[in-house]
Ligand binder design. Structure first.
Ligand SMILES: *Cc1c(COP(=O)(O)O)cnc(C)c1O
Length: 361
């Protein structure tokens, strides 16, 4: 089998090797059915088991109570940006958004088409290099919901814990790039959503964890496919769901469970990120972009001495078997995305490479 390299891509991103190996078999013939996982009817016994298992594992991982529905949708996190206000924000009502990066801004733009948006806090003045302090967040009087982005994939910042909202205000989180990278108290939220392609699987499925009473509050004059209740009632089988991505997500959930769950995942991620930040903090050539206290454990954004050198680092890194280190095109610099499936050995190898590079400057 050909060699694999260290893939620091921000998404679609690295998947656990055991999951990929298993999938190779199941793509051919799943559960001895004589049929590959992509080729089964979404209403047949084999896929019914796959989707039920995926849901059960998800519930177990984050101890998700029964009053929450777990939905497998399509359209990416970006479709949630409009589907949320379309369902919940009526004209004349206000929704609160905390703006901590490009993805939050995109979510705001969509919401503005449906109602009023109050920016409860923004760190744009600081180039999104930090998460706002709780004292800087000012919610509106009676928002329909409050929205935030738990990890900012492009800026490389992450909330240490969810913001505090007033009793009764639904808290909605875009957790696309740090879902299940650490323990999460789901009961603090009314809705959590993410595209799968960073921490949970391949592109093509959007995971939505949502309280049943919030689903019921949704507008009922929308196209059927755009109402959450449609998918909740049909257990994500109203139409043909993305069967292969759901299967893969279920396998990733099992992989996390086998490793010891979210606590174990958090411990690994802490250690991995620390290896890189520790090096950056003492380097004379490279420096972390995010302010201390706001640093993401998933996306480590850093800069070199100048753009020319950064380009050269990326070129040399590519020659040395590292992929995906270029920062997002909107901000430049370098970025090492070290999601759940990224191995600690890759973090150490990157540091060794950067040290070597620095010594030769
Ligand atoms: C990648 C990303 C998105 C966009 O996800 P799509 O599935 O491509 O729509 C949204 N929010 C965050 C925080 C992301 O990292």
């Amino acid at each position: 089998m050909s060699e694999r390299i260290f893939n620091f891509s921000a998404g679609p991103a690295i998947l656990p090797e055991v999951v990929l190996k298993r999938a190779q078999e199941d793509l051919w013939n799943v559960e001895n059915s004589g049929i590959g996982v992509c080729e089964h009817s979404h209403r047949g016994a084999a896929f019914t088991k796959i989707i039920e298992q995926a849901e059960a594992r998800c519930r177990e991982l984050a101890q998700i109570p029964q009053e929450y529905k777990i939905l497998f949708l399509t359209g990416g996190a970006s479709s949630q940006f409009f589907q949320i206000p379309m369902n919940f924000l009526k004209s004349g009502e206000t929704a609160d958004y905390v703006v901590t990066g490009s993805w939050s801004k995109k979510a705001v733009k969509e919401a503005q088409a449906f109602g009023e948006v109050h920016i409860a806090a923004s760190t744009e003045e600081d180039n999104f290099s930090r998460i706002p302090d709780s004292s800087e967040v000012s919610w509106s009087e009676n928002p329909t919901y409050a929205h935030f982005t738990s990890n900012n994939t492009i800026a490389g910042t992450q909330w240490a814990k969810e913001p505090e909202v007033a009793q009764g205000v639904p808290l909605i989180c875009d957790a696309s790039s740090d879902i299940f990278s650490r323990p999460i108290d789901v009961t603090r939220y009314d809705m959590i959503y993410c595209g799968a392609q960073k921490n949970l699987g391949p592109a093509g499925v959007t995971l939505v964890i949502i309280r049943e009473d919030l689903i019921e509050k949704g507008a009922d004059n929308l196209p059927t496919m755009l109402q959450y209740r449609t998918h909740a009632k049909a257990n994500s089988l109203y139409n043909t769901p993305p069967t292969l991505p759901i299967y893969l997500m279920g396998e990733v959930f099992q992989w996390i469970l086998d490793l010891g769950g979210l606590e174990a995942m958090a411990e690994k991620n802490q250690k991995k990120a620390q290896i890189i930040y520790d090096y950056l903090d003492q380097s004379n050539a490279f420096r972390a972009v995010a302010q201390e206290g706001s640093r993401s454990l998933m996306n480590i954004c850093f800069r070199g001495p100048d753009e020319e050198t950064e380009k050269d680092v990326i070129a040399k890194a590519t020659e040395n078997g590292f992929s995906g280190l270029k920062g997002h095109r909107s901000v430049g610099g370098l970025r090492a995305s070290v999601y759940n499936a990224f191995p600690e050995a890759g973090c150490q190898a990157l540091v060794d490479f950067l040290k070597d590079y620095e010594n030769n400057l």
